[in-house]
Design a protein around this ligand. Structure first.
Ligand code: PLP
Ligand code: ZN
Length: 429
């Protein structure tokens, strides 16, 4: 039996479980984290990862080295290479965004565009890790509940791995760029007459009953893959740590993962300080915001926001995210749908483009600068989680001025003109 250099540890009661088994929660009901044996790098049992080593992999032609997740494999999941299912993923651009920066009141701003992953969202980073664990475990069927992007990702990776994927999505509440992918990649797609939270509890019950492997971010290996977002940001910045990383918060997997990865990088001496992290929730889907600013108790909400990717009222990673948020001096902000769409108009007009949920990042940044929590001179890296084409309806409706309840103050309206030269010339301005 393979000895892997990690174990699973309960995020509440510290109970320990073997490295690789079909298990998502502790017997006490809490989520599990992967606890790496990082001491092996300092006591000589394994060569310590170095900045130079990771940089050298950027020039390699090996499949694992070329992945923006597996490049950091010693700190992600040291699995057998033959079990790794990779596209490869990651290697997303870190864009300077000067106009978005000045709109948000900042001197400068970096935007890490996770929408540039193979299926158009950051989910691919967690999925490559989760799907590889599924293969190592000998699983043949995988399932997720999803607001859309996870379904696109699992469908694509399962197709690549030759596994059967089942996706549970809220009926009528999934953007077409995502539903289209789930169907096209061949996942069995169940449109649940209910919201994401209902789909989430159903998929857990079905996986348990049917022995299907659950690949939602409650799966600790998904979190391990998503750690690479923060690792790649630091490598992109030539190993400088930004002052702040800003992310949208739905199920709260991303903020957990980014923080965990950076804390582990610091523990092995790859960085010498930690950034602060800001999590931005939609005001209509804000259980973390409410808990953070009151007694710390999760009170699920009936989620309502047009940023469908973060329309989540009962986040599965709430418990495990808390300690990591504290470790990075976290702050939590909320933004209205109007603020999200205003921010999206700015991000899109910079020529970068992202789906609504991603733009909560920039909307929240603007608020945190206005309230003096983030200094205009700080080095900030905002994470854009999904591609603009994931939700074309939201963008087109915004620019046509037909998005219900939203004022399209930066609309770029399409113009209908007669097919005659003088009409076209008049319409140019
Ligand atoms: C585009 C996008 N942004 C943000 C999120 C929320 O991420 P997390 O669940 O890690 O908080 C999701 C999750 O579905 C998403 O698809
Ligand atoms: Zn426990």
């Amino acid at each position: 039996m393979t000895q892997y250099p990690w174990k699973m540890v309960c995020t509440s009661c510290d109970a320990e479980y073997p490295a690789l088994e079909v298990r998502y929660r502790c017997d006490c009901g809490s989520t599990l984290d992967v606890k790496h044996d990082l001491a092996r790098f300092t006591d000589g049992r394994a060569p310590a990862p170095t900045r130079q080593g990771f940089d050298a992999r950027l020039a390699s032609r090996k499949r694992l080295d070329r992945s923006g997740v597996w490049r950091f494999r010693e700190l992600i999941l040291p699995l057998e290479p033959e079990n790794v299912v990779t596209k490869p993923e990651g290697n997303t651009n870190l864009y300077p965004a000067p106009r978005v920066a000045s709109w948000a009141g900042m001197d400068a701003l970096w935007l890490k565009h996770e929408g540039e992953n193979p299926t158009g969202s950051f989910k691919d980073r967690g999925m490559t890790a989760g799907m590889s664990a599924a293969r190592a475990l000998g699983m043949e069927r995988v399932a997720v509940a999803s607001t859309g992007n996870t379904s696109a990702s699992v469908a694509s990776y399962a197709a690549q791995a030759g596994m059967k994927a089942y996706v549970f999505v809220p009926d009528g509440n999934i953007a077409y760029g995502k539903l289209c992918q789930a169907l096209a990649y061949g996942a069995r797609t169940l449109q649940i007459r209910g919201d994401f939270d209902a789909a989430m509890s159903l998929v857990q019950a079905v996986c348990q009953k049917e022995g299907i492997y659950l690949l939602n971010s409650v799966n600790p290996f998904r979190i391990e893959g998503q750690k690479a977002i923060g690792m790649e940001i630091v490598q992109d910045l030539d190993w400088q740590v930004p002052d702040w990383i800003v992310v949208p918060g739905g199920n709260l997997g991303n903020n957990t993962a980014i923080a965990k990865g950076l804390v582990e990088m610091k523990a092995v001496g790859l960085i010498d300080r930690l950034p602060r992290i800001a999590v931005i929730q939609a005001a209509g889907a804000n259980p973390l915001y409410n808990a953070w600013h009151s007694d710390g108790v999760l009170r699920p909400v009936k989620a309502k926001t047009l940023a469908s990717a973060i329309k989540i009222g009962d986040p599965v990673s709430f418990g495990r995210s808390w300690g990591w948020l504290k470790a990075l001096g976290g702050v939590v902000e909320q933004v209205t749908d109007q603020e999200i769409m205003d921010a999206k108009a700015q991000v899109d007009a910079q020529g970068i483009g992202a789906e609504p949920a991603s733009c909560a990042t920039v909307a929240g940044l603007k608020k945190l600068v206005a309230s003096g929590i983030i200094s205009p001179q700080a080095q900030v890296c905002g994470v854009l989680t999904g591609h603009v084409l994931k939700d074309p309806d939201a963008a087109v409706a915004y620019h046509r001025g037909t998005l219900e309840g939203i004022e399209s103050s930066s609309a770029n309206k399409p113009v209908v003109v007669d097919a005659q030269l003088d009409s076209v010339l008049r319409a140019l301005d």
